[in-house]
Design a protein around this ligand. Structure first.
Ligand SMILES: Cc1cc2nc3c(=O)[nH]c(=O)nc-3n(C[C@H](O)[C@H](O)[C@H](O)COP(=O)(O)OP(=O)(O)OC[C@H]3O[C@@H](n4cnc5c(N)ncnc54)[C@H](O)[C@@H]3O)c2cc1C
Length: 370
C-alpha cells in the first residue's frame, strides 16, 4: 500500500510532457523507421504528421487574443528535423498553413479550418515561393485572378508545392487581372479544376508530397479568401513564415553534431586535424537557437531592425546547416559516403534548407536592398 502510494506521488511529480518532448518521442518511435523511405520518395508520412498534430505540434503558435509565440513550434520542428529533414519541411508547410488561417481576418474561414489544420485532421502547405520572390522583384506572379460574383476565377501554374495530396489545402496568392493588387487564398486540392502533377525526382525531399499545381479557371469563393488585399497580410505573417524555417535548420545541425560524435571513437585520432569540430557546431547551434527563440517570441514586431534580424538569422541558419552537413561528411569519411548512411542524406537535406524560398541568394538580395 505504502509503495503504491509512493509510486503515485512519483507519477504525479513528473512534469507534464511538453509538446516538443512528445513530438521528439513520436519522431524517434514512428518517424525514424520511415526516414529512408521518405528520403527515397516511397513514403509520404501522413499518419505520422497526424500523430504530431494530435499532440499539439501544429497548434502552439496560433495567436491567442493578440500575441503569438513561435518557440514551441520551432522546437518541435527541430526535434522532427533531427530525425528527418524532409518531414521537418512538411512540418513547416503545415505550420505555415495554420499560421495563415490563424491570422486571417476572414473569421468564417478561420472557424472552418482553424481546428482542422492545427490538429492535423486536414493537411496541407503553402505556395508562397513565387509571391515571395515577386514581392522582392525577382520574378513575376504566376497566378492571375478575375473578380466575379462571390469570388474570383484563378488560372496559372505553380512549379512546386509540398505536403499536398488529393484532399489537402494550401495558401497562395494571385494577381488581379484588373491591376487592383494581389489576393491571398486557400486552394482546395480536391477541386476538379486544380491538377496536381508529380515532379521529376529531386535530390532529396521526394516523400514530401511535392507537386506542380495547375489552376484551370478555378472558382475561389469568398469563403476561401485569406486576405484581400494580400499585401498588408503578407507583411504581418512574413516574419513568422521565415522564422519557422529555423526549426528545419536546427534539427539538421543537431543530427550532424550527433553524426560527428558517433565517429569520434573510431576516427577521433585523425578527425582532430579537421578544422571544424563538433564543439564549434555546438556553439553555433546554441547561438542560433538563442537568437531564434528571442525573435520567435515577437513575430508581429513591425520594426525594420527586427525584420533585418529575421532575414540575417535565416541566412545564417541555412549556411550553418550546409556547413554542419559538410563537416559531418568529412568526419565520417567512407562510412558517410555509403548510401545507407544518413550523413549524405543530411547533406542533401541541408542544401534544401539553403535553397527553399527565401533562398540564400534571395536573403542576400533582401539584406543588400534593406
Ligand atoms: C523539393 C522542393 C519542394 C518545394 N516546395 C515548395 C512549396 O511547398 N511551396 C512553394 O511555394 N515552393 C516550393 N518550392 C520552391 C522553392 O521554395 C524555391 O522557390 C525553389 O527552390 C527555387 O528558388 P530560387 O529562389 O533558388 O529560384 P531559382 O531556382 O533561381 O528560380 C526559380 C524559377 O526558375 C524557373 N525554374 C527553374 N528550374 C525550374 C524547373 N526545373 N522547373 C520549372 N521551373 C524552373 C521557375 O520559373 C522558377 O520560379 C520547392 C522546391 C523544391 C525543390
Amino acid at each position: 500500500m505504502g509503495s503504491l502510494a509512493l509510486s503515485r506521488v512519483e507519477v504525479l511529480d513528473q512534469p507534464a510532457p511538453s509538446i516538443a518532448g512528445e513530438v521528439a518521442r513520436i519522431a524517434r518511435e514512428q518517424l525514424a523507421p520511415l526516414a529512408a523511405g521518405i528520403d527515397d520518395g516511397s513514403v509520404y508520412p501522413a499518419e505520422v504528421l497526424r500523430a504530431f498534430g494530435a499532440v499539439g505540434a501544429w497548434g502552439s503558435h496560433m495567436p491567442l487574443e493578440g500575441p503569438a509565440d513561435l518557440r514551441c513550434a520551432i522546437e518541435s520542428m527541430a526535434a522532427i528535423g533531427e530525425v528527418c529533414g524532409a518531414t521537418a519541411f512538411m512540418a513547416w508547410c503545415q505550420n505555415t498553413l495554420v499560421w495563415y488561417a490563424a491570422n486571417s481576418t476572414n473569421l468564417k474561414l478561420a472557424r472552418r479550418f482553424g481546428d482542422a489544420f492545427s490538429t492535423g485532421r486536414v493537411l496541407g502547405g503553402t505556395g508562397l515561393s513565387n509571391p515571395m520572390k515577386s514581392f522582392f522583384g525577382i520574378e513575376k506572379l504566376k497566378l492571375k485572378g478575375k473578380k466575379v460574383e462571390g469570388g474570383y476565377i484563378v488560372r496559372g501554374a505553380l512549379p512546386w508545392v509540398s505536403n499536398l495530396g488529393p484532399d489537402h489545402y494550401f495558401g497562395t496568392i494571385f494577381e488581379r487581372e484588373d491591376d487592383q493588387g494581389t489576393v491571398m487564398f486557400l486552394a482546395d486540392c480536391s477541386d476538379p479544376a486544380i491538377t496536381l502533377t508529380p515532379c521529376k525526382p529531386f535530390l532529396a525531399m521526394d516523400g514530401t508530397g511535392t507537386y506542380g499545381v495547375q489552376f484551370r479557371d478555378v472558382f475561389v469563393p469568398d469563403e476561401l479568401i485569406l486576405a484581400d488585399p494580400a499585401a498588408p497580410f503578407v507583411k504581418k505573417i512574413r516574419a513568422g513564415f521565415i522564422l519557422l524555417q529555423a526549426g528545419m535548420a536546427l534539427g539538421v545541425i543537431r543530427d550532424c553534431i550527433n553524426i560527428m560524435d558517433e565517429v569520434d571513437s573510431p576516427l577521433g585520432h585523425i578527425n582532430r586535424y579537421l578544422p571544424q569540430q563538433p564543439v564549434h557546431f555546438r556553439e553555433l547551434a546554441a547561438e542560433l537557437e538563442a537568437e531564434t527563440m528571442a525573435l520567435a517570441r515577437d513575430p508581429y514586431n513591425e520594426e525594420e531592425t527586427y525584420w533585418r534580424k529575421v532575414i540575417a538569422l535565416r541566412l545564417r541558419a541555412g549556411e550553418a546547416g550546409v556547413a554542419a552537413a559538410h563537416a559531418a561528411m568529412l568526419h565520417c569519411g567512407a562510412r558517410g559516403y555509403l548510401k545507407s548512411h544518413r550523413a549524405q542524406r543530411r547533406l542533401r537535406e541541408a542544401y534544401f534548407v539553403a535553397i527553399v524560398t527565401p533562398a540564400t541568394k534571395q536573403l542576400r538580395k533582401m539584406l543588400a536592398d534593406a
